[in-house]
Design a protein. Structure first.
Length: 237
């Protein structure tokens, strides 16, 4: 049995379909670099379409940690099964298992990205549900500004967006990002904000940084974008 690290917020994905649950879980693992505890629970007792309260309860026990567990499900009856399974746990554990109404695949991927970055349970839940604090929008016009063209065929998609925000978090400077035709800067350290840009091939990204290591931050991020997010040359147009 594979040992699951328990130093980050865990994610349990519940679907009526075993394939949907396992597929979503695999996406989370790939996007988060295998660092986030993820369990997929799909299908009924016989492996058909449905839910399995006992299997959900086992998943809770397997991934439970002090950082908490976020549960994401596909349909309403799955939510009922998730709630029932949670009731079998001790009260202390129940309080750290939160059931989210986030969209299954997108929510799980965003949750995994924030958990991988060390986010709290509330931060992971907010990311999954695409709820962001308005303070994440940066209004300051100060700071060093540079521009870079996206050369990657797909653009700033999910996996490099995770790496981009993680790289940005490694600097103390306040870092903003926007597309050239946009007026508002958003926080480059927020996976939700970065992915919401939907930055595509050929578009120009503006990056702005203010703080002690601003120049280093911009240079590193610009190079990352110029190198097509460090992905294979076959992905470059």
């Amino acid at each position: 049995m594979t040992h699951i690290k328990k130093d980050k917020v865990a994610i349990v994905i519940i679907s009526h379909s075993p394939d949907v649950a396992s597929g979503a879980a695999e996406m989370v693992k790939q996007m988060s670099g295998q660092s986030v505890p993820v369990k997929a629970v799909g299908g009924d007792f016989e492996g058909g379409l449905g839910t399995n309260v006992e299997a959900i309860h086992r998943a809770y026990e397997e991934v439970y940690c002090d950082e908490g567990v976020l549960v994401i499900y596909d349909l309403g009856s799955a939510e009922m099964s998730a709630e029932t399974a949670r009731e079998f746990l001790d009260q202390e554990k129940q309080e750290k298992i939160i059931i989210s109404h986030a969209p299954l695949v997108e929510g799980a991927v965003l949750a995994g990205a924030v958990s991988a970055g060390g986010g709290t349970l509330e931060e992971v839940k907010s990311a999954a549900e695409r709820k962001t604090d308005t303070e994440e929008i940066l209004h300051s016009s100060e700071g060093n500004i540079q521009s870079v063209k996206i050369r990657h065929k797909i653009g700033l998609h999910a996996r490099p967006a995770v790496r981009f925000t993680e790289m940005a978090k490694g600097f103390k400077a306040e870092i903003g990002i926007k597309l050239e035709n946009q007026s508002k800067w958003v926080d480059a350290k927020s996976i939700v904000r970065v992915m919401s840009l939907k930055a595509r091939n050929g578009q120009i990204l503006n990056l702005k940084a203010e703080g002690k290591d601003a120049n280093q931050a911009l240079n590193a991020l610009i190079e990352f974008v110029q190198n097509s997010f460090g992905e294979e040359q076959s992905e470059i147009e």
